[in-house]
Design a protein around this ligand. Structure first.
Ligand code: SAH
Length: 261
């Protein structure tokens, strides 16, 4: 990965920064940021990188400006080492696709690398046991870029499979009702005792987790916001207890079908 590249010798790293704290960023992601002359991203993702940003040109922007940010990153990357950062994994509801699409449309030929990060699904899962041990599905409830009827068709299809379903973007001010819609679809296919985990700010300072069930989810709905990932268990998922404490959710991988333990 060239640093301080010569004119015409730029490079572009599309970097997944993981859920938040530095210790959950990969060494590769940190190296890409360290080598960059320009770092672009949303301000919340840039904050934990502060000590690494000295001497670099930092371009922070707000949500909803992703296309402008992608275009700017590509223009700069023609002659400079550029890192464009995204929370979690850059390829999961992140910046990677828009950057690659713009690159493709413009026919720009430069070295480009997508660097993976810990995505919210696995970050959240790790805080509540092992709810995603086998097949699972991921759906975003944001209808900013996907029409709501498409989201509903997908919700219906994945809940019908009885596998755990991870909901990204479960709620925001602009779309407060999409979470209730998802719950309605879940109830068509799953029992009221189906375990649910609500994980807010996974692996960040102000993390909060709630373990509940599909039958009682309405009581906990206020805990769901745009910083939250919700995991709705599948037909085999169960609440995990240690002593009398509810610790999380286990979805057995299937070892019990083959082994005695
Ligand atoms: N690229 C990101 C996802 C961006 S979409 C990734 O791979 O994780 C934004 C949504 O991700 C949020 O609305 C929330 O549902 C989820 N999210 C991101 N970081 C999170 C965290 N630390 N804790 C809980 N949910 C998170």
């Amino acid at each position: 990965m060239p640093s301080h590249a010569e004119p015409g010798k730029g490079s572009l790293a599309i970097v997944g920064l993981g859920p938040g704290r530095r210790e959950y960023m990969t060494p590769r992601a940190l190296k890409a940021v360290a080598h960059a002359d320009y770092v672009l991203g949303h301000s919340t993702y840039l904050e934990p990188l502060e000590p690494l940003l000295k001497g670099k040109t930092v371009i922070s922007s707000s949500m909803g400006k992703e296309v402008d940010r992608a275009e700017q990153a590509i223009d700069l990357a023609k002659n400079h080492a550029v890192a464009i950062v995204s929370g979690g994994d850059a390829g999961v509801y992140g910046m990677a696709s828009i950057v690659l699409e713009v690159l493709e449309h413009r026919g720009v030929v430069i070295p480009v690398e997508v660097i993976p990060g810990v995505t919210a699904a696995t970050a959240a899962a790790s805080r509540v046991g092992s709810p995603l041990s086998g097949d699972f599905a991921v759906i975003s409830l944001s209808d900013l870029l996907t029409p709501l009827d498409v989201i509903e068709t997908r919700l219906d299809a994945v809940f019908a499979l009885g596998i755990p379903v991870v909901l990204y973007n479960p709620k925001s001010r602009g779309r407060p009702h999409n979470f209730a819609l998802a719950v309605e679809h879940a109830r068509k296919h799953l029992g009221q005792t189906t375990p649910i985990a609500i994980v807010k700010n996974a692996l960040r300072e102000d993390e909060e987790t709630v373990i509940t069930t599909l039958g009682e989810i309405e009581e906990h709905e206020p805990a769901v916001d745009m910083h939250t990932t919700v995991i709705i268990g599948g037909t085999e998922s169960r609440i995990w207890r240690m002593g009398n404490d509810v610790k999380g959710i286990i979805t057995p991988r299937g070892y019990h079908r083959k082994y005695l333990y």
